[in-house]
Design a protein. Structure first.
Length: 275
């Protein structure tokens, strides 16, 4: 658990470093999607480990730094490397940066991730804009004392993902790739990939894709009234969909294959939603 002062201490540290910059949009870069960091201009990099109270990502392919700068002319703060529950952190640590963003004045959050495709109409390399989630098997990131500086005790989750932001993202993905998916993301705790039986069950429950992130951050962002949009890169078909063994190497390989398109999509998107 963190208290309000700890979030504030981290935010003040970052404010001090970024001076005049006042980004209104934040983006979390998912596995293998950190490539976007090359595109920032006039950037300031702050390592997580130098920020008071900030958790540190331990996953290969996740750099562990904040990048603040201009992306296609728009001020953005990016998390290059996110923190996952499966690394052993609790969900208050996983979501710590989101409340710090709130205190920095962030109004919009773009969450990206790598996910397994459950919907059999999906193909590897597809992008799925998330319109809802399933999180039956994990505790809520809001469990514990409510910090009312951030929001209410009980939070409506019927509109977790902002419709207008999502529609604009779909449009831009379609333009760049020729196709776009939309659907329900099932959040699992990991670090194992799912079993084929779990994937069949999740499909019956209405899931289109599955992954190990995003939902805790989306809950905390929604609680403190940050408009949120989330997109999965379908890096592999989920367990049992194809007769294949899953590996993180394959996840990274697909992310590598789509990274140029991903960059172009996000660069255009941040400009469009700033207006
Ligand atoms: N399952 C869970 N997380 C993932 C997957 C998957 O198949 N692919 C990428 N992240």
């Amino acid at each position: 658990m963190f208290n309000y002062e700890q979030y504030k201490e981290s935010a003040d540290y970052i404010k001090n470093k970024i001076g005049e910059l006042k980004p209104k949009t934040a983006i979390i870069l998912g596995s293998g999607l950190g490539v976007l960091s090359d595109e920032f201009e006039e950037k300031i990099i702050i390592k997580y480990k130098e920020i008071p109270n900030f958790p540190i990502s331990t996953v290969e392919g996740h750099a562990g730094e904040l990048i603040i700068g201009k992306l296609n002319g728009t001020q953005i703060i990016a998390m290059n490397g996110r923190i996952h529950y499966y690394e052993g952190y609790d969900l208050k640590e996983v979501t710590f940066p989101i409340r710090v963003f709130k205190l920095l004045g962030i109004e919009k959050l773009i969450i990206t991730n790598a996910a397994g495709g459950i919907n059999t109409n999906f193909e590897e390399g597809d992008f799925m804009v998330i319109n809802d989630y399933l999180s039956f098997f994990a505790e809520s990131a809001l469990r514990g004392t409510n910090l009312k500086e951030f929001g209410e005790r009980f939070t409506d989750m019927s509109k977790t993902f902002d419709k207008t932001l999502s529609a604009k993202l779909k449009e831009i993905i379609k333009k760049h790739i020729g196709r776009v998916q939309e659907g329900v993301y099932a959040y699992m705790k990991g670090p194992t990939f799912e079993t084929p039986a779990e994937i069949r069950a999740l499909r019956v429950l209405g899931a289109d894709a599955v992954g190990l992130s995003t939902v805790p951050e989306a809950i905390i962002a929604h609680h403190c009234n940050i408009k949120t949009v989330a997109v999965s890169c379908v890096t592999n078909m989920a367990a049992g969909v194809l007769d294949e063994i899953l590996s993180y190497d394959d996840v990274k390989q697909t992310a590598e294959r789509v990274k140029i398109k991903f960059k172009e999509i996000i660069k255009e998107y941040v400009k469009v939603i700033e207006e």
